[in-house]
Write a protein that binds this ligand. Sequence first.
Ligand code: NAD
Length: 340
Amino acid sequence: MKRTVSLIEGDGIGPEIAEATVRAVEAAGGELAWERVDAGAAAVDRHKDPLPAVTIESIKNNRLALKGPLATPSGGGYRSVNVTLRQHFDLYANVRPVRTIAGVPSRYTGVDLVIVRENTEDLYAGVEHYVDPRRTAAESIAIITKFGSERVIVYAFEYARRHGRKKVTLVHKANILKMSNGLFLDCGKEIAQRYPDIAFEDMIVDATAMKLVIAPERFDVIVTMNLFGDILSDLTAGLVGGLGVAPAANIGAVEDAAGVAMFEAVHGTAPDIAGKGIANPTGLMLSAAMLLDHVEQRAAAERLRKGIYAALGDAATRTGDLGGKANTAQYTDAVIRAMA
Ligand code: NAD
């Protein structure tokens, strides 16, 4: 039976890469039905609301969403729809697989790791204030809870098991932040005992940053808090050629059928090339492959990845951002041809 997915095409290059992704998923044999809904600037045009109720309702019912990039106005205007969606559906785990892809220029080979970032707490909980009326000092408070820590760490171990991964590295700064980061670390040590089949280590964040650039291949699954996860996930994307080919999942509940999972490319709307038909849809396609894995359509996910890696491996079929000459449609055709 087909699973229905709320599809937010997004702004800028969003509709172009969404069309390419839908075509590639169908060619891979993905059993998905698409429910197209608006968000971002497109929704302001059509519904006078960047996140219409009908979009929220669709995601709530389907529990699955694939999302293109959304324009967020700087300064004034409306609040980031990405942040609102994350909060509304309590999407607490941000999952970013990072892998060396032949044909994508990068400084490293053999990188194959996954960052699982806690997405709702820490310094991003929004607890900030100026200490004095003249605003010469300010405080931002990191909130770390046992509940928030446990659910993301359990998710990381379950992910490792499901995907045949061997090790979880918990990243922290508990030597200095003994209470907040110490709590996260203690939760990790306790949960690790329930997973004797998965190796566990903990590592201070600064040492992790150094080891990631010296020997990224030593890492497998990394689980960490919100701020460190934000920084390390872009750092690791840079190890394999940048954000253009990076997929992501935002997960709303562990092993709970009611939880929402939202999959998205991590790049922006690329307004400079929007409408030209030359955007690289790889990030969204790889996000769709994660979605197929998530709904246990593993064969289709593998076929899709096989097509993507083959098309990226050939200079003739790569898009312009990766030094190739193909446009979005030609690249997508190559992805589909290579699945056979
Ligand atoms: P951007 O990622 O849109 O663009 C940066 C550069 O990368 C541009 O030169 C662009 O052409 C190129 N690029 C990005 N994706 C590409 C692709 N798939 N194929 C080819 N080239 C690609 O970042 P930005 O310019 O800082 O942001 C533009 C808008 O996107 C802003 O409104 C920002 O708020 C929004 N944004 C949204 C998300 C999201 O929805 N997840 C993420 C980042 C930025």
